[in-house]
Design a protein around this ligand. Structure first.
Ligand SMILES: [Cu+2]
Length: 658
């Protein structure tokens, strides 16, 4: 029996399971043989082609597994790019489509790791760039130590960029190989690198030379020899083990269940999130993931105006995920998922400890003291956390999905790592951001994430409603002036459903199933709770907005279509713009009582401060889905009394918990 057959016969095997190592190998072997691919082929991913939703919903454990692989590959000598589907049972390439990267609106496959590493060598052999370094006073020895950062080039309608596969490279002086280069930006030099021709095709070398800030700002443990001494261990003890159950790629915990998936672009994907309500298994979300990001910078100068990385679509949140470390990244009783993926050459690779699953105490869930009869009841809350961390160049992002015993689901993104920096001449102020150190500025920027939530509240047909608080004028129905109304309206079509949050009216949305009735006669539903933070602040008709249009609204609702998978479109790298959500909604499909996808853009506007350097403390952003007329009462009334006896070990023997 081959390992593919073994995988497809395992008792817990499911058609949404990520491809195994054997399946990755098989898929790339079939592609190589059938399409006669040579050694110049590079794979941006080889991963599960998710079966059609109808096949998943009708699938039974005794049925055959559908196993197909999806791949995007390109020739590193010609740039020719193909999108392929491989059937692993029949061992045939069943779809093979060329993606045209040389014609408008362009769009390149993501940058590979191989390319990230070769850019430094290409740039350092360019005579123009070396001359620019020399003009800034660097010796040959110092030039060898320069840190060259490949950064997605974006699209600015320049002739030099059309149809080429490019990155822009910015440079940082370093005292030695371990030095933190971001403390020493080399201002006014940007090399545009063609990754197919392996050469610099345009060099910006500004005549005005800004001195390089040379003070070291390192964060490795050797650079911080004295650490504080008043931190005692804080261990999480779960001597009876955790309260979750993992069966293959399925997780069950406290009425919740979901399946774990993974893609190179999105990283962690959650499938089929459901809540067990008595005897009923009630679906909530069919598929949830973050499909793209954009980080636009607000500095108009040479090194910065073009910076607007799409960290998912241009690199891959999954591709760059970290191997997590017990006791450092994760505390408590941890279950790690090791994820099989493909490397740039289509070979299997196990991403060790890529996904972390554990429980956390979360304070009080509910409590009441009834002083009249001395009834005192309190129950502690805990949450299940499934997460991964990814490093995209200077920034590090953690994606943490939380499940709570009250039925809430939350996504929290943790932003940390190192800010982009700019050298500022002595005595000059920095108009485009905040100063973080002497001679060092951090350009103001925004971080946007788009979560794609294919909703399935109690069934496949859902409706999205919008609600706002409106004060009611004095009148016969409001004689004391205390009344205010909660308005509600149905979002009926896609164009009508591209919405912004509004803190003044407390605008919120619900995803409801009008075909079901809850305990008080209304539709069953979940509420989407968002933060009314700014959307994209760049001008509407600039390149950043055209390419990252998904970041111009907080909420979008589309009718589900299997090929509309990414907020920024399929190939955002160097795309001329207009793809993704703004294009999807031009169809203006009806979305009331339909199979709908809710797309939520959330973000942080980051004005840099000295406290963000040398490594930024975590900034938290995200959203919550909260049951709203979904359940008949607080679903956590049946929680047992406190069982956390370890906390009592150091207490007086006669003290007790109420
Ligand atoms: Cu930031």
């Amino acid at each position: 029996m081959t390992s593919v057959e073994q995988a497809t016969r395992a008792s817990s095997a499911h058609p949404l399971d990520p491809l195994s190592e054997a399946e990755v190998t098989l898929a790339s072997d079939i592609l190589r043989t059938e399409k006669q691919l040579g050694s110049d082929t590079r794979f941006t991913h080889v991963q599960l082609e998710e079966p059609a939703k109808s096949d998943i919903l009708s699938w039974q454990p005794q049925k055959n597994l559908l196993r197909r692989a999806a791949a995007i590959l390109f020739d590193c000598k010609t740039g020719a790019t193909h999108i392929a589907t491989v059937d692993l049972k029949t061992r045939k390439v069943i779809a093979w489509r060329e993606h045209l990267t040389k014609v408008h609106p362009y769009g390149q496959p993501p940058v590979t790791l191989e390319e990230v590493f070769k850019v430094g060598e290409i740039v350092k052999t360019d005579a123009g760039w070396r001359g620019a370094m020399k003009r800034r006073g660097l010796s040959d020895e110092e030039i060898e130590l320069v840190q060259v950062d490949p950064f997605s080039a974006g699209y600015f309608d320049r002739e030099v960029e059309k149809g080429r596969r490019l990155v822009s490279a910015v440079s940082y002086w370093r005292k030695d190989f371990k030095d933190n280069g971001y403390a020493h930006p080399i201002e006014g030099v940007v090399a545009l690198v063609d990754l197919i021709e392996n050469k610099v095709v345009q060099l910006v070398d500004e005549p005005d030379i800004v001195p390089i800030p040379k003070r070291s700002r390192n964060y490795d443990r050797a650079s911080i020899p004295r650490t504080r001494e008043d931190v005692k261990p804080l261990d999480i003890v779960q001597k009876d083990g955790p309260s979750f159950v993992v069966d293959g790629w399925k997780v069950s915990w406290q009425n919740f269940s979901f399946r774990v998936g993974w893609t190179a672009r999105e990283g962690l994907v959650l499938h089929q999130i459901a809540f067990r309500d008595g005897a009923r298994e009630r679906p909530i979300v069919y598929r949830a993931s973050v499909t793209d990001m954009i980080v636009p910078y607000a500095d108009p100068t040479a090194n910065h105006f073009w910076k607007s990385a799409f960290d998912a679509g241009e690199y891959g949140l999954g591709k760059l995920a970290n191997a997590l470390e017990l006791g450092c990244d994760c505390l408590g009783h941890i279950h790690y998922f090791d994820v099989p993926v493909a490397d740039d050459y289509g070979k299997p690779l196990i991403m060790k400890n890529a996904i972390c699953l554990h429980e956390e105490d979360y304070g009080i869930l509910w409590k009441h003291y009834e002083f009249r009869n001395d009834t005192f009841e309190v129950r502690r809350s805990r949450r299940l956390v499934i997460s991964f961390f990814t490093t995209v160049g200077n920034y590090d992002y953690g994606f943490y999905w939380y499940f709570y015993q009250d039925g809430s689901i939350q996504l929290e993104v943790k932003l940390t790592g190192i800010i982009q920096t700019a050298a500022i001449a002595p005595g000059k102020s920095y108009p485009w951001g905040g100063m973080v150190a002497e001679g060092l500025g951090g350009p103001t920027h925004q971080h946007f994430f788009n979560a794609r939530l294919h909703m399935m509240v109690d069934g496949e047909r859902n409706t999205v409603t919008e609600h706002e608080f409106k004060p009611r004028p004095f009148g016969a129905d409001n004689p004391y002036g205390n009344v205010f109304d909660t308005t509600s309206r149905v979002l009926q079509s896609e164009r009508d459903a591209a919405r912004e949050a509004d803190g003044r009216t407390g605008r919120y949305w619900k995803i409801v199933n009008t075909n079901e009735r809850n305990s008080v006669g209304g539709p069953t539903g979940y509420k989407l709770i968002v933060h009314a933070a700014p959307v994209m602040l760049a001008q509407d008709d600039c390149f950043m907005c055209a390419r990252g249009g998904f970041a111009t609204k907080h909420v979008w609702v589309t009718r589900y279509s299997p090929d509309e998978r990414y907020a920024s479109g399929e190939f955002p790298n160097q795309h001329a713009g207009g793809d993704g959500l703004p294009r999807y909604i031009t169809q203006n499909r009806a979305i009331e009582n339909e199979d709908v996808v809710v797309w939520h853009t959330f973000g942080a506007t980051h004005v840099c401060r000295p406290e963000d350097f040398p490594v930024m403390p975590v900034e938290y952003i995200g959203f919550t889905l909260k049951p709203n007329g979904f359940l008949a009462e607080n679903p956590a009334m049946d929680l047992p009394l406190d069982r956390n006896t370890a906390s009592r070990d150091n207490r007086e023997p006669d003290s007790c918990c109420h």
